[in-house]
Each structure stands twice: as structure tokens, then as C-alpha cells.
Write a protein that binds this ligand. Structure first.
Ligand code: NDP
Ligand code: ZN
Length: 353
């Protein structure tokens, strides 16, 4: 089978591979719509360490083409939503309870593009189909469902880790697709003021539609000074969904005492993160720092689809570009890599397989 991926770091292209084998509890799925992600381009550039001959892509909805003998909830021909995080539910680490994203090793449940080939292929393998796959909820579009599998799960996880409370002042640093979801999630959680940091005009527009009350530009001065001025001393919760390694220290500095910092950024394997002790109140200010990888599994995705259906949260608003055809995955991936100013999230309809 063919798939789009990386031969080695900074060397993307079309790979030829064997169709994956299906275990007794697993499924083989053919993609219907895929969405390239900044984590795919990050991996291609070596940001998550060296990788070779890996098919990329981890965001898909698709059709089941094969199920293992023990699978009971799915059959061939079912349309399924595939979380980007697909735990091996037999690993004991998964019972830790903090987040269903670490089986066997740190973010071991992020199998696509790490320990298994990704979804930008004619076929891909999903471990533990009954616990990981889910059917589309009636009233939710396939495009909206596709945005739950990583973007919404990750952005909302930032809100959960930041522990946003009614009336809180929340800063979301970075309003790309992930940060936009954090803005929407913070609004659903009852935040008062929501300050989004970013500049791309279409992102700013959607941030306001999702609930941002203020927008700060990192291109127009120091973001710490700007936030401290707007909030008279700091925000209650700061969610990091963009920027660079220096953003980490800025987030800590703009958080008030007893506030929370939640990072959903995927830092570069070559980065070192550091921050001045004073900004952290010399360790005495009860500024909690949390970070993590989005949870996965079927229930997570089902709950996010319930929010779309019953709260009217339109997760598909962040889709800015659509492509058609299997080969167009290359164009969509290259667009994601080029990050043109009008780009938020591209999707590819695999309508010619
Ligand atoms: P984007 O690159 O699309 O968006 C980044 C945002 O950060 C933009 O709003 C950008 O502003 C803003 N920004 C850039 N530089 C700065 C700066 N110096 N200071 C403040 N803001 C800045 O990223 P994504 O939304 O795709 O992803 C965000 C992060 O989440 C990434 O680190 C990504 O790897 C991570 N991620 C984690 C996942 C997970 O845990 N499962 C999944 C997917 C992503 P502008 O408007 O000017 O472009
Ligand atoms: Zn992703």
C-alpha cells in the first residue's frame, strides 16, 4: 500500500509498505477524511527525535475494512471516528488515571507516527478497536468529528489541566487550531475574560467567535507586560498552545499567585525549558504548572461529540482549507509545513480510493 510520510528527518515523500496486519482485538481502517497536523510536520523535521520510513498523519475518520475475531462493537463497512491517542488498554500504566495517553512509556498511547504508521495511507491499524474507535454521533458531521480526535481533545485538555473556574480570567497563548479549541473550551467552562494571543486575522476572528474577549499581539510588545496591564497583575489560568521555548517563562510570569499554567505545546526534542525563580514566586506562590498529552480512547471522543451536538459547539469552524483525492495529502501536508498566513487547519477528502 502507499502512504505519505517521511523517509528520514526533513525528507518527506510517498512510502510503499505492507498493508498492516490486524490483531484479534484490532481493526484495519481506510481513511475517508484526514487532517494533517503541526505534530506531523514537527515530527518530519525531527522535533520528536529521529524517525525513519514512517507514514505520517494521526487525525482521521474512516471506514472499517477488517476486524479481529474478538471485536464486538464494529464490523466491516462501519464509519468510525479514530482518536489520535489509541491506548493499549492491557498496559498497566494506563490504570494510573492521570491521562489515558501513557501506556508503557511517556505518551506511549500516541501510536500513530510514533510506534506505528500513521493514517495518511490506504489502510491503517487501530489497536483495541472496541475501546478506541467510536461511531459518529447523529447530528455531528464527519468534519466536526474529525476535529475532535486531536484539536478539540488537546485544546480542551489544556482547559481541564488549567482547571478553569467560573469567572476566571484565562489567557490562551497561541490561537492556532489547538489554541482556538482552548478558547472555546474555556468559554464552555464558564471563564469570564478570555485573552487570546496571536495575530493571524482569520484566527483572531474565530477566537472572538469562540469566546475571546481580548486579543494580544506578541508582535506588538512584550506579552507579559501586555497581560499584566490588562489584568492588573496577572491571569488566573494561562494555557500555552503556541510560541516557543521562551513562552514557558512568559506564561509563568503572567500568572497570578495561586493561578495555574497548563502547557499543551509539543516542545522540540532539542529544547531546554527554563524560567526565572522570581516569576514563579520563588517557588512560594502556589503557581501550579501542568503539562500533558491529550487523553484518547472512545469515551473521550464520544464526550467531545456530545458537546458539539448538545452545546452547539462548531468544531469544524477551524477548517480553513479542503483538498480532494488521496494524492492531495501531499499538498495538504506541504501547506501545513509552509504555514501560510491564511492557514488554520487543512483537511483532505479521500474520495478516490
Ligand atoms: P500553530 O502554529 O497553528 O499556532 C501557534 C500559535 O502561536 C499562533 O496563534 C501563533 O500566532 C502563536 N505564536 C507564534 N509565536 C508566538 C510567540 N512568540 N508568542 C506567542 N504566541 C506565538 O499551532 P497549533 O495550534 O497547530 O499547535 C499549537 C501547539 O500544540 C504546538 O506546540 C503543537 O505541537 C501542539 N500540539 C499538541 C498536541 C497534543 O498534545 N496532542 C496536538 C497538536 C498540537 P500567529 O497568529 O501570529 O501565527
Ligand atoms: Zn494532530
Amino acid at each position: 500500500m502507499r502512504g505519505y510520510g517521511m523517509f528520514s528527518v526533513n525528507n518527506p515523500g510517498w512510502l510503499e509498505k505492507e498493508r498492516p496486519a490486524c490483531g484479534a482485538y484490532d481493526a484495519i481502517v481506510t481513511p475517508t477524511i484526514v487532517a494533517p497536523c503541526s505534530s506531523d510536520t514537527h515530527s518530519m523535521h525531527g522535533g520528536s527525535g529521529p524517525k525513519e520510513n514512517m507514514i505520517l498523519g494521526h487525525e482521521a475518520v474512516g471506514t472499517v475494512v477488517e476486524v479481529g475475531a474478538e471485536v464486538t462493537r464494529f464490523k466491516v463497512g462501519d464509519f468510525v471516528v479514530v482518536p489520535c491517542v489509541t491506548p493499549n488498554w492491557l498496559e498497566l500504566g494506563i490504570q494510573h488515571g492521570k491521562s489515558f495517553s501513557h501506556d508503557g512509556r511517556p505518551f506511549g498511547s500516541f501510536k500513530f507516527i510514533n510506534t506505528e504508521d500513521g493514517v495518511m495511507a490506504e489502510f491503517f491499524h487501530v489497536i483495541h478497536a472496541d475501546a478506541n474507535l467510536t461511531h459518529l454521533l447523529e447530528g455531528v458531521t464527519p468534519e466536526q468529528a474529525l476535529m475532535t480526535v486531536d484539536m478539540m481533545s488537546t485544546g480542551f485538555y489544556g482547559v481541564e489541566m488549567a482547571d478553569v473556574q467560573f469567572g476566571d480570567t484565562v489567557v490562551v497563548i497561541g490561537i492556532g487550531p489547538v489554541g482556538l479549541m482552548a478558547v472555546g473550551g474555556a468559554a464552555l467552562r464558564g471563564a469570564g475574560r478570555i485573552i487570546g494571543i496571536g495575530t493571524r486575522p482569520n484566527c483572531v476572528k474565530i477566537a472572538r467567535e469562540y469566546g475571546a474577549t481580548d486579543i494580544v499581539s506578541y508582535k506588538e510588545g512584550d506579552i507579559v507586560e501586555q497581560v499584566l496591564e490588562l489584568t492588573s497583575g496577572g491571569a488566573d489560568r494561562v494555557i500555552i498552545a503556541g510560541g516557543n521555548k521562551d513562552t514557558f517563562a512568559q506564561a509563568i510570569a503572567m500568572t497570578r499567585e495561586m493561578g495555574n499554567i497548563a502547557s499543551i505545546n509539543y516542545y522540540d526534542a532539542r529544547d531546554t525549558l527554563s524560567f526565572p525563580a522570581l516569576a514563579w514566586g520563588l517557588g512560594m506562590a502556589n503557581k501550579d504548572i501542568r503539562s500533558g498529552f491529550c487523553p484518547g480512547g472512545a469515551l473521550r471522543i464520544q464526550k467531545l461529540m456530545e458537546i458539539i451536538k448538545y452545546r452547539g459547539f462548531d468544531a469544524a469552524k477551524i477548517i480553513s482549507h479542503t483538498f480532494h483525492g488521496f494524492d492531495a495529502m501531499e499538498d495538504a501536508f506541504k501547506l501545513m509545513d509552509a504555514k501560510t498566513p491564511d492557514l488554520i487547519k487543512p483537511i483532505v477528502y479521500i474520495d478516490d480510493l
